[in-house]
Design a protein around this ligand. Structure first.
Ligand code: NAI
Length: 250
């Protein structure tokens, strides 16, 4: 199939994606490249087409920034997608679990912003990958608190970087079929389905169009926004269980 270059929304943009060895990050890297972006896919683990970058390492970020400065002179986009979960509840979680999860999910995006923003100019766009766990209570407390912290980082970055024309937005995926959710107990999937008005789980293809849009100039006046991609999970609070219970009881 031939593509019309005039329709490529990210043509010529240099975009870094973290956690791109699999799952949502790999799909984002592929989708952004199809829109004409020069994608630098990165991950802490070795994977074909991925440059090695541990988001918690200041040295890794400094090395990447130096390389990008040399190769391209500028960066137009950053997707802070890398993330880890730790399914321990409040009575089980240890301080070292909290620190490890927060290092990847919060400090990682902060380091990415700190190191790549100096290469960004007006029109650049940063997308942080939160979670529905950033919008509600959720049982894995280290993960939940880290994603809430990421919201604070995102809002602050949007405020600080706006005057330079750099946008920062956050997406909040619901249950998306990736390795992360495959590692959860079956009850997690079933309970999520019960709470999801659209009645299905999400796929990486539900995520990539939004990331593409937020990196493109189509979203030029959108910053500091938070967009759930969750089939309606967080829209109803606890009301769906109540509604379903009443329907069954009547
Ligand atoms: P995944 O587990 O398939 O992918 C995460 C990637 O991050 C992996 O390739 C992993 O190697 C990489 N990674 C982990 N630690 C890293 C580090 N220190 N430095 C660099 N890369 C690192 O999971 P998925 O679903 O693709 O997750 C992507 C993002 O979406 C994460 O931020 C996750 O918290 C978030 N999310 C996922 C949901 C889901 O249902 N799958 C729901 C809500 C949010």
């Amino acid at each position: 199939m031939t593509s019309d270059v005039r329709s490529l929304r990210l043509l010529g943009k240099v975009v870094v994606v973290t956690g791109a060895a699999g799952g949502q990050g790999a799909a984002e890297a592929e989708a952004l490249a199809l829109e004409g972006a020069r994608v630098i896919a990165t991950d802490a683990t070795e994977a074909p087409g991925c440059r090695r970058l541990d988001v918690t390492s200041e040295q890794d970020w400094a090395d990447l920034a130096a390389e990008l400065k040399e190769s391209y002179g500028q960066v137009h986009g950053l997707v802070n997608n890398a993330g880890v979960t730790w399914r321990a509840r409040i009575d089980e979680v240890r301080p070292e679990d909290m620190a490890r999860v927060h290092a990847v999910n919060v400090t990682g995006p902060l380091l990415g912003i700190q190191h790549l923003v100096p290469l960004m100019g007006a029109g650049a766009s940063i997308v942080n990958v939160g979670s529905t766990a950033a919008l509600t209570a959720h049982y894995p407390v280290a993960y939940t608190s880290s994603k809430w912290a990421l919201r604070g980082l995102s809002k602050t970055a949007a405020m600080e970087l706006g005057p330079r024309g750099i946008r920062v937005n956050t997406i909040h995926p619901g249950f998306i079929e990736t390795a992360m959710t495959a590692s959860a107990p079956p009850a997690f999937r079933e309970a999520n389905l019960r709470e999801t008005p659209l009645g299905r789980t999400g796929t990486v293809d539900d995520i990539t169009p939004l990331v593409t849009f937020l990196l493109s100039d189509d979203s030029a006046f959108i910053t500091g926004a938070e967009i759930p991609v969750d089939g309606g999970l967080t829209a109803h609070g606890a009301a769906k269980s109540i509604s379903d219970a009443l329907r069954q009881g009547s």
